[in-house]
Design a protein around this ligand. Structure first.
Ligand SMILES: NC(=O)c1ccc[n+]([C@@H]2O[C@H](COP(=O)([O-])OP(=O)(O)OC[C@H]3O[C@@H](n4cnc5c(N)ncnc54)[C@H](O)[C@@H]3O)[C@@H](O)[C@H]2O)c1
Length: 361
């Protein structure tokens, strides 16, 4: 089978997970990588045995022998890199959140459409085996009519430095973790349109450093009557939490991510995991993970995206999905600011979602 030649932009947390996942796919050849700091990109290239490395991604995009560009950079760079990669004729996988606002989302979608390349939204939640099973149970009718969904991801705060800078992150818990939940809801209810959204947000433990939303509760009403609730947090002490629940007229199903992928472990000095899920794990009882990339669906996601390129088929998660999630996040920040429900469509133009919440505060 023909290889898909992949180039990765970024060499930090998610880029490492992406490289590990891509290395599991025989039809993938990682041919190049780019990140601004020579020391970082050199060690990344050597860790994953990548032949070409660049400190300027634009130079990398000049390479003919790239089919797919995979973006794992801070949020404010997603749009510009996508547009330039598409203009260079490469397919794109852009990590979540898609970008900073709807204008950027439209630019990305249009650039890929014009260049006749695919824009695939790197939302791994739709590939996590436990959540895939939950969707299968819902779709089978075993729960009757599903009337309520819940999904929560929580941890203790910004995973890396640039998140503190709102001009680079665009928002905090809602933008970073809420985007997973909103796409999860859309995916489970087969892309049903949202009717309204209500949100409350707060800054509970980081107020001294920055004004972002470190606690966020969002309720979505879909047009088919289904309600969905997400509680996302960067204020939760004691490690990572990630769970989903589905309630139907004939049953219920709980999918708690860490259960079944952890070892309950007590340590007086804590347990430091190399990737992102159990960052900031304190001393005491910890939940040591294994095969994290697989449990979080990353190899499965890239296998699917690679198949889409090789077979010219539509991906499960597209740029349009990322745009819809962006619209929902914008509406959530607006609702948290106004203290009332916000109705769709919601097409407000702002530089970054959190501006709508911080406005007049
Ligand atoms: N489950 C997930 O899908 C998931 C998990 C974690 C992070 N993320 C997303 O991944 C993205 C990156 O987050 P992270 O935690 O990996 O951050 P990070 O700080 O660990 O890595 C960011 C990388 O981008 C590189 N970079 C910065 N400017 C660049 C430029 N101009 N050109 C090329 N590279 C540049 C940095 O050098 C660094 O290697 C964010 O959008 C975040 O939301 C997604």
């Amino acid at each position: 089978m023909k290889d898909v030649k992949v180039a990765i932009v970024g060499s930090g947390g998610i880029a490492n997970i992406y490289a590990i996942a891509l290395k599991t796919i025989s039809a993938v050849d990682i041919v190049a990588c780019a990140s601004p700091t020579e020391e970082h990109i050199a060690s990344f290239a050597s860790r994953f045995d990548i032949p070409r490395r660049f400190t300027e991604y634009r130079k990398m995009l000049e390479m003919d022998a790239i089919d797919l560009v995979v973006i794992g950079t801070p949020n404010h760079l997603h749009a510009q890199i996508t547009v330039e990669a598409a203009s260079a004729g490469k397919h794109v996988v852009c990590v979540k959140p898609l970008c900073m606002n709807l204008f950027e989302a439209d630019e990305m979608i249009e650039a890929c459409r014009r260049a006749n390349v695919r824009l695939m939204y790197g939302e791994n939640i739709c590939f996590e085996p436990k959540y895939v099973k939950l969707k299968e149970i819902c779709d089978s009718g075993a729960l009757g009519d599903v009337f309520l969904l819940k999904q929560s991801s929580k941890h203790g705060g910004p995973p890396t430095e640039w998140f503190w800078d709102l001009s680079k992150s665009g928002g905090w818990a809602t933008m970073d973790l809420g985007c997973h939940a909103l796409q999860f809801f859309r995916w489970i209810c087969k892309n049903e349109e949202p009717e309204s959204i209500f949100a409350e947000m707060a800054n509970c433990v980081h107020a001294r450093e920055q004004r972002g939303d470190d606690e966020s509760i969002i309720i979505v009403n879909f047009r088919n009557g289904l309600r969905a609730i997400t509680e996302t947090s960067w204020a939760k002490k004691g490690g990572f939490e990630d769970k989903a629940e589905a309630y139907g007229t004939k049953g219920v199903s709980y999918a708690y991510m860490p259960m079944g992928m952890t070892l309950d472990t007590y340590s007086e000095i804590g347990y430091q995991k190399k990737h992102y899920v159990s960052e900031n794990v304190p001393p005491g009882w910890t939940y040591a993970t294994y095969e994290e990339e697989w449990h979080y669906g990353f190899p499965q996601m890239f296998r699917h995206f690679t198949d889409c390129i090789l077979n010219d088929t539509d991906p499960v998660v597209t740029g349009e999905d990322g745009r819809k999630v962006m619209e929902m996040m914008l509406a959530a920040y607006e609702s948290a600011n106004k203290g009332c429900k916000v109705y769709f469509p919601f097409e407000k133009e702002v530089e970054k979602p959190i501006d709508l919440w911080l406005h007049n505060k």
